[in-house]
Write a protein that binds this ligand. Structure first.
Ligand code: URP
Ligand code: ZN
Ligand code: ZN
Ligand code: ZN
Length: 483
């Protein structure tokens, strides 16, 4: 078995940090050792096949992104990252596990949709992967399928209160799925936006001639997120089921979630980097049709600073448990452009699977969260929330040897090379299959230096050493947060 030794770094986990050397034995973590420990009676640096000097750097578990949409069919097109390109980009950014969403389309059997997702991913992934299942509707067949899928390691199901006629479930369907989740120990993930009200606002905006990307944001106001979040919590309470609300952006919606948590309810929320940094006016209001690059749902918020302050606060208090990316990339040319003249036809989504660790780390630099909370939000809690906590999101003996060496003295220029970047000789761009970046011009005071997945170095020295097919399917257990 190949031994890898990571020396001289500061190991950071959710509960603390310490100077330690990390020994990897094949695909697993073997030991965390005091620096220079000789108790094993051998000089590990001379017997290890690979020695990585992490002096001055942080050594953290490989990051876990529990919300990606590779190849998601949407609005007559499909998300532009395949499992091959998307998981390679994830690796570049220090994410060694993704949980993607298999999608049941109307009229399709749940099991068939899942089989299609297995086929897309199998043999193509650079990092390990699991699946959630999107239920395109809830009926007797899909309720039965929920039990079958749980037995196969798919222990979470996403429902939509938005997008009537596409992925939508009504309250009765949601209640039935939640009742099922309460009995089989799965976790319902909710896209909480009032899609019926939004459709009225969208129609009225288009009738007024308000067709630009900006109106995607104004027709999904915070009230539609807060109302749906509240309704989802009440339905979960009726069903006695836990609930996980995805991609939260409105402070009012998170306040409602936080109140339910104060009352003792098992409800959880995630947010995404776009809601922590970007604003409706600045991005969707960009000249011409450019704003389409930032069309996503929930949308970027108006007066975003007020929401962002609160979202960071809820990340500190624990009322928001996870930062995911909701990686759902579409190219500007020919994909986002489907909505020229009608914002409601712009495919919804932002690509960012490569940037989450950096963007959330900037919150550490800015004094918004601690180093330990960074690891907890990006690595440990996503793994535990979705039944992967025994293997992923921790650096402990027996866990998978997924490791990131992060350089706090390094620097990351995100996005397509700007003119200034090019002038500085910096030609680095992102590795996602997109013709633009929603994060253009972001500068991060930190850098993903080395990335290891199950003992194999994927990134080092600014180069990619991985290959499609290294990533394996992860059968997930129940969430660690249920009981
Ligand atoms: O705009 C988004 N979020 N696109 C991806 C699909 C979803 O609702 O998560
Ligand atoms: Zn969603
Ligand atoms: Zn999503
Ligand atoms: Zn680098």
């Amino acid at each position: 078995m190949a031994l890898t030794l990571i020396t001289g770094g500061t190991v950071v986990g959710p509960t603390g940090r310490s100077r330690a050397d990390v020994l990897l034995d094949g695909e697993q973590v073997a030991a965390l050792l005091r620096p220079g420990d000789t108790s094993l009676g051998v000089d590990l640096a001379s017997v290890a096949q690979t020695v990585i000097d992490a002096t001055g750097k942080y050594v953290i578990p490989g990051a876990v992104d529990p919300h990606t949409h590779m190849e998601l069919p949407f609005g007559g097109t499909a998300a532009s990252d395949t499992f091959e390109t998307g998981t390679r980009a994830a690796a570049w950014g220090g994410t060694t596990t993704i949980v993607d969403f298999a999608v049941q389309r109307t009229g399709e059997r749940v099991q068939d949709s899942l089989a299609a997702w297995f086929a897309k991913a199998e043999g193509n992934c650079a990092v390990d992967y699991g699946f959630h299942q999107i239920l395109g509707g809830v009926d007797d067949d899909s309720l039965k399928a929920m039990d079958e899928l749980v037995a196969e390691g798919i222990t979470s199901f996403k429902l939509f209160m938005a997008y009537p006629g596409v992925f939508y479930s009504d309250d009765g369907q949601i209640l039935r799925a939640m009742q099922k989740a309460a009995t089989n120990g799965s976790l319902v993930m909710m896209h909480a936006e009032n899609g019926i009200a939004i459709d009225v606002l969208v129609r009225q905006a288009l009738d007024r001639g308000d067709t630009a990307p900006y109106f995607h944001g104004t027709t999904r106001p915070w009230e539609t997120e807060e109302e749906a979040t509240h309704r989802a919590i009440m339905l979960a309470r009726l069903a006695g089921a836990p609930l996980y609300v995805v991609h939260m952006s409105a402070k009012q919606a998170v306040a409602t979630l936080a109140r339910a948590r104060d009352d003792g309810w098992n409800v959880f929320g995630e947010t995404c980097p776009q809601y922590l940094y970007l604003s409706l006016e600045e991005q969707l209001g960009a000249p011409g049709f450019e704003g389409a690059k930032w069309v996503c749902s929930t949308p970027l918020r108006s007066r975003a600073e007020e929401h962002q302050e609160e979202l960071w606060r809820y990340l500190r208090t624990g009322d928001l448990s996870v930062v995911s990316t909701d990686h759902c990339p579409f190219c500007f040319k020919e994909q986002k452009e489907l909505g020229l003249g009608d914002f409601s036809k712009i495919p919804n989504g932002i690509g960012g699977v490569e940037h989450r660790l950096d963007l959330v780390y900037q919150g550490v630099v800015d004094g918004r969260i601690s180093l330990e909370r960074w690891v907890e939000l990006c690595c440990t809690t996503p793994a535990r929330m979705f039944g992967l906590g025994d293997r992923k999101g921790v650096l402990a003996p027996g866990a998978d040897a997924d490791v990131v060496v992060y350089d706090p003295a390094g620097h990351t220029s995100i996005g397509y090379p700007t003119d200034a970047d090019t002038a500085r000789g910096n030609r680095k761009t992102h590795h996602m299959n997109m013709d633009h970046s929603a994060w253009e011009g972001f500068e991060i005071d930190g850098h993903v230096d080395v990335v290891i997945s199950r003992g194999q170095v994927l990134i080092s020295g600014g180069e990619y050493h991985g290959h499609p097919g290294h990533g394996r399917y992860l059968r997930r257990s129940h969430s660690a947060y249920l009981r």
